[in-house]
Ligand binder design. Sequence first.
Ligand code: TRP
Length: 457
Amino acid sequence: MGNNLEKNQNIKSSRGNWTGHLGFILAAAGSAIGLGNIWKFPYITGDYGGGAFVLVYLICVVIVGLPLMIAELMIGRHSQKNPVGAFRKLHYQKTPWQITGWLGIASGFLILSFYSVVAGWALAYIFKSLVGFSGTSQHIQGEFIALVTHPSASIWWHTVFMALTIAIVIGGVQKGIERWSKILMPALFLILLGLMLYGLFFTHGGIQALTFLFKPDFHKLSAEGMLSALGHAFFTLSLGMGAMLTYGSYMRKNESIVRDAITVSILDTVIALMAGVAIFSLVFHYGMKPGQSVGLIFKTLPVLFAQTGPLISVPFFILLTFAALTSAISLLEVVVSYFIDEKNWSRVKATLILGGAIYLTGILSAVSMWTISFRGKQQGFLDIFDFITTNYMLPIGGLLTCLFTAWVMKEANKIEELGSKGFLYKGLIFFLRYITPIAVLLVILNGLKLLPFVDYK
Ligand code: TRP
C-alpha cells in the first residue's frame, strides 16, 4: 500500500496532485461554491418565484448533477489528463469526442471572463462597506449603477481580481489551489453560518425566507425557469466543461469518487441554501421584493446593510470574494492544464498568456454600455456570455460527457474507477445511459420552446 502510494505519486508529480483527501474535497468544493451560490442562486430564485424553482434545481442536482460529477471525476482520474487529452487517451488520438474537451475549454474561457467582472464588484464592495453605506436608498443603489457604468472602475476591479487568480494558479496544484482553498473555504463557511443565524434569529424575515425558499408554488414556474434551474445545477457544481474532470485528474486512486462527489454536491447545495436564507431574511425583514435580478446582492442588500452596519456587510463581501476566487482558479486551471499537457508549455507561461487573454475578453463584460441586440433585447456582454455558457454550452458539454462515459468508455476502466461492479455501478450506468441525458435534452429543448407537447403560448 505505502509502496503503491509512492509509485502513484511519482507518476503524477510532473502534473501535480492533491496532497490528500481533504485537499481534494476543499478544492473541489471551492470550485463549486462561488458566485453561483451566493450571488446567482438567490437572485434567480427571486426572479423565478422561489420554492418551485428551488425544488426543480434540487431535482436537477440529484438526477443530473451528481451522476455527471461522478462521470467527470472518473474520466479525469482514469486519464490523468486535461479535458481534451482525456478523451484522446480514453478513446483514440483523433476521436470526435475531443470536441467535448474543446467546448469545455471555450466555456471556461468565456465564463471566467465575465465571472471576474462580477467578482471585481464584490471586491469593490468590501471597500465600500468598510466606509459604510448611508444616505437614501436611491443614493445607495446609485452607487452600484455608478460602478458598473464607469468603465474605468469596473475594469480596475476586474484587473485586481484576475491578477489574484493568475497569481494563485501560477503557484500550481498544491502550493496554489489547494493551500488557498484550505484557508478560504473554512473561513467562508463560518462567515456564512454567522450571517444565516443573524437572519434567522435577529431579523423578522427568517420565517418568510424559509417559506419563500421551501414552499413550492408551481404556478410561478416557467419553461425558462426550468431551463435556468438545470443550467444553474451545472454552473453551481462546476459541471459540463471539464473543471471536475481536471480536478479529478489530480486525485489519488485510493479515494472513493462516489463518496467525494456526494460530499461536494451536499456542501455546495447547503451553502447555496444558507446564502438564500441569510439574504432573504434581510430582504423580507425590510419589506423588499425578492425579484431584484442581478442587483439583489449589489443594489438591494447594501440598502439593508445601511441599517445593519459594517459588522454584517464587510464579512459578507469578503465571503463573496473568497468564494469567487476559489471558483475562478478552477476555471483558469482547466484552460491552463490543456496548454501544459498538450502543448508542453510551462505553468507560468500558460497561466500568464491564457489569463491575459481571458482578462482582455473580460473587458467586453466590464463595459456595460457596450450592448448588442440579443434575443430581441439590447444586452451587455456579461448577460449574453452568462446566458449562452450557462444554459447551452455547459448542458451540451455535460450531455456529451455523460454519453461518452455511459456508451464509449471501456467497462473495465469504469469498474476500476468505481471499485466494483455491484449495485452502485449498475445504478450509475443506468442513470448515465438513460435518465441524465434525456433529462438534459428535454430541458434544453424546452428552453428553446421546441417540445411538441408543451403549450408555450
Ligand atoms: N461553480 C462556480 C460557482 O458556482 C463557478 C464555476 C467554477 C464553474 N468552475 C466552473 C461553473 C466550471 C461552470 C464550470 O460560482
